[in-house]
Design a protein around this ligand. Structure first.
Ligand code: ADP
Ligand code: TPW
Length: 581
């Protein structure tokens, strides 16, 4: 137990009691949840203190959004819900963006917020930080619960855990009113009210006929393709997924956060031939990947369709834990509903040595396109322009990541994101952590802190200068906890690029332009970390090597050409202005 208090109940008699604070801590610990990311304040300050005193890791941030992003990515990395703790109304709302982002990305997390007095909130009498948080959270979370009585804390935490990790994972809100924490109950009753959740994410075995349907479709395919999504990375079925890919011999494409599930240098990896394989494939198997905007909704020109709305003619197998995902964008001919581990194991059972390898012509065509594109990219990467551009800087990052395959790579920005994704190979599962389904800016430092805390190892964060600004103050958190995080800002002095001018000639800068020659590295120095101003690939390389050698918090301000970068990076076509043309 986190602690019990002995108080005299009646004259001459002492009874062991526990309280809401201890029960929350005990419930979390009982379920192996040993880390809290958060920001303290009324009414949860003592909860944070007591959690630390009870041996939990409590990581205090400068802003709840970063703390909640940290919790969400800890959930992705571990498969256990990440815990974020905030104060009421504004703290809760600051955490809510990340809770919604977690639900969108299928990351399991629990946002625990203290809240004001129910009676005052419900009568709208103006309590300190008054807000009906539960009602608001419901539309952003996979599930939301409130606990009013100390004896229900065990049930509340158990329900939150199950909701976060079972089925399609997501963000859960747990509302704990301030009055709950000092409530005392008999220690024995309290202990017995706690629940150690049995099998929180039960396996979901696919139906045998669904597996056979998928195998039949795959077997007939002439130009098959596998797409691995972050659901496949999350499932931690790495060996079986690799066996599935290798035994079938089918080329595969990893989505952004599935990079490294198999090493990007794997001979069957078709990333460098993406724009060739999508329209050319005849059967596509999606493994933990949705046909959302990131895959052009499974139709249109990307898939060989006649126009933006047309189906490209592919047949789809889709492995997903959500029974409602199939047919969300195009027809799914063979949905396989279940957890990826069970589904892939079931498919493997039907794939033996007699399984027909894909047609040699298809594999040769993919290989040819791949080597052409890789050679073209190598040429671009070998250039050494002055000033640096994205490519010459990222050629360095690529080498460093290759030499440090266990490092986590956090990545956000527009061009900084797209170029890093395509240039920097990943070698191990769940090491690439990025902006995910929403393409959200602001995950950078929260993800970095969590990645360092969860993995205990090196983190490299590749950040656009705009992207970094959303969570930049957390470099203090990185320094305070002395985390081995090396932040590299690809600094082109603006959103997308830094050379825009105010068309009126007025004093205000253009909306996308930032302060020129900004010295971001001084921010890290301000808190005792190492700051480096790098203007050449050689300077960037030695700064990163030193950061990894020393494990010290480091920020490298990599100054790149202000004219480098396209608007919105690779997704310029989604801009309304571009769409009108
Ligand atoms: P990406 O962005 O990488 O394409 P998405 O986030 O779109 O990936 O898709 C992830 C999918 O994986 C979701 O549809 C989710 O339901 C599914 N998923 C998550 N975890 C599992 C699991 N353990 N087993 C099966 N499917 C899962
Ligand atoms: C929460 C819109 C997408 S990308 C981006 C913004 C503001 C920054 C791009 O500039 P950066 O990268 O980071 O300097 P680079 O390499 O292209 O120069 N608010 C949120 N999320 C998003 N996605 C935006 C705004 C956006």
């Amino acid at each position: 137990m986190g602690g019990t208090v002995t108080t005299p109940q009646f004259a001459g008699e002492a009874q062991a009691v526990t309280d809401g604070f201890n029960l929350v801590i005990d419930a979390l610990k009982l379920n192996g949840l040993d880390t809290i990311f958060g920001v303290p304040g009324i009414p949860i300050t003592d909860l944070a203190r007591k959690a630390q005193a009870a041996g939990m890791r409590v990581i205090s941030f400068r802003h709840e959004q970063s703390a909640a992003y940290a919790a969400s990515i800890a959930g992705f990395m571990t498969g256990k819900p990440g815990i974020c703790l905030t104060v009421s109304a504004p703290g809760f709302l600051n955490g809510l963006t990340a809770l919604a982002n977690a639900t969108t990305n299928c990351f399991p997390m629990i946002l625990i917020s203290g809240s004001s007095e129910r009676e005052i909130v419900d009568l709208q009498q103006g309590d300190y930080e008054e807000m009906d948080q539960l009602a608001i959270a419901k539309s952003f979370a996979k599930a939301a619960f409130r606990v009013l009585h100390a004896e229900d804390i065990g049930v509340g935490v158990a329900r939150a855990i199950r909701a976060a990790v079972s089925g399609r994972p997501g963000g859960v809100y747990l509302d704990l009113p301030g009055k709950l924490f000092p409530q005392t109950i008999d220690a024995e009753i309290g202990k017995n009210s706690l629940i150690k959740v049995v099998d929180p994410a039960p396996r979901q075995i696919p139906a045998p006929d669904a597996v056979q349907r998928a195998l039949a479709l795959l077997r007939e395919a002439k130009r098959p393709l596998i797409i691995l999504g972050k659901g496949a990375a999350y499932a931690q079925a790495d060996a079986d997924i690799r066996a599935l890919v290798e035994r079938t011999g089918i080329p595969y494409l990893p989505m952004s956060m599935a990079k490294g599930l198999l090493p990007d240098t794997h001979p069957q990896c078709a990333s460098a031939a993406r724009s060739f394989v999508l329209p050319e494939a005849d059967v596509v198997m999606l493994v933990g990947a949705r046909l959302n905007w990131l895959l052009s909704h499974g139709k249109g020109k990307t898939w060989g369709g006649k126009d933006a709305r047309a189906w490209g003619g592919q047949k789809f197998v889709q492995i997903d834990i959500s029974s409602q995902e199939a047919d969300s964008n195009v027809r799914i001919d063979a949905p396989v509903v279940g957890d990826i581990g069970s589904c892939v194991a079931a498919l493997l059972a039907g794939i033996d040595a007699t399984w027909p390898k894909p047609q040699a012509g298809w594999l040769a065509a993919v290989a040819e396109r791949k080597s052409k594109n890789i050679a073209k990219m190598a040429e671009t990467l070998a250039k050494n322009p002055v000033p640096m551009n994205f490519h010459s800087a990222l050629a360095v990052v690529r080498d460093i990541v290759k030499a440090n395959p266990d490092a986590c790579l956090v990545n956000e920005g527009a061009n900084a994101l797209d170029f890093t994704r395509s240039i920097v190979d990943m070698f191990k599962p769940r090491k690439r952590l990025d902006v995910g389904t929403w393409g959200v800016m602001g995950i950078g430092m929260g993800f970095s802190v969590a990645a360092a805390v969860v993995s205990g190892g090196q983190v490299i964060a590749i950040e656009g200068d705009s992207a970094f600004g959303f969570s930049g103050m957390e470099v203090e958190t990185i320094c305070r906890y002395d985390l081995p995080v090396c932040v590299v800002i690809l600094n082109n002095s603006g959103v997308y690029r830094g050379d825009e001018k105010n068309p009126t000639g007025g004093r205000d800068p253009a909306p996308l332009a930032f302060v020129k020659d900004a010295r971001y590295e001084k921010l890290m120095e301000a808190f005792g970390g190492v700051g480096v101003h790098a203007t050449t690939p050689a300077e960037l390389r030695s700064a990163m090597e030193e950061a990894i050698r020393s494990r010290r918090p480091t920020l490298v301000n990599a100054v790149i050409d202000a004219t480098a970068g396209t608007e919105s990076g690779r997704i310029t076509s989604l801009n309304p202005a571009a769409k009108r043309q």
